[in-house]
Design a protein around this ligand. Structure first.
Ligand code: GRF
Length: 215
């Protein structure tokens, strides 16, 4: 059984999807710990309700990003997880984390990278009248939202989409695709070797998993 650690900052709806899929044994792993940089994160309640250990490392108590990451590093090292999952973790990580845990940390980003790294992706899609929107799941590297891509999920936008509706649709997509990818990683069907994502027993067209959703 693999061990996962999940890092959150907020609502934790992705965390919930992962908890549910671990519970139903769709993902062959257990969540050893949920870590939040925000003591108010609702995801902490979700973890506690599921009987999962929680830890808060409040970034506001640190004078620098380096000091915060030093403590986060110690906790992650202690946890010795097979996979570290960023699920709405709103902190930029320094090389102390990204280099030492390279290949073991994944992130979900709400855009079709390389389009719209950073924040406010949904608003940019609306402002630019994009025909499609989506999500990217990638290994974390030192480049913000720039690590090797594992999977992308795409939805068509519609003229009726307002920001709330678009966020809801993207969340629905995230809750399907993120657990699926975590399952594959835990089953050793996805790996990374020298910056290249390797897929085993999965039919991939192109360099990564690309799925279109009717959501
Ligand atoms: C998700 O949209 C994720 O893509 C982004 O932050 C959001 C977190 O949502 N990185 P939640 O906390 O999982 O509900």
């Amino acid at each position: 059984m693999k061990k996962i650690v999940v890092l959150i900052s907020g609502s934790g709806s992705n965390l919930q999807a992962i908890i549910d899929k671990c519970k139903s044994k769709y993902i062959h792993a257990e969540i050893g710990c949920v870590i939040s940089n925000n003591p108010e994160a609702y995801g902490l309640e979700r973890a506690k309700s599921a009987g999962i250990k929680t830890l808060v490392i409040d970034h506001k108590e640190y004078q620098s990003r380096d000091l915060f990451d030093n403590d986060l590093y110690k906790v992650l090292k202690d946890q010795n997880a097979d996979l570290i999952v960023l699920a709405g973790f709103m902190r930029i990580l320094t090389e102390k984390i990204t280099k030492n845990f390279y290949g073991k940390i994944i992130n979900i980003h709400p855009s079709l990278l390389p389009k719209y790294p950073g924040l406010n992706t949904h608003q940019q899609v609306i402002d630019n009248k994009d025909m499609t929107h989506g999500i990217t799941i990638h290994y974390v590297s030192s480049e913000l939202d720039g690590g090797p891509i594992i999977a992308q999920g795409e939805v068509m936008t519609s003229e009726d989409d307002d920001i709330d509706n678009l966020i809801e649709r993207i969340h629905t997509l995230e809750h399907e695709l993120y657990p699926e990818i975590i399952k594959y990683i835990c089953d050793n069907q996805i790996n990374i070797y020298s910056n290249e994502v390797i897929f085993k027993n999965l039919s991939i067209k192109g360099t990564h998993i690309y799925k279109k959703y009717d959501i």
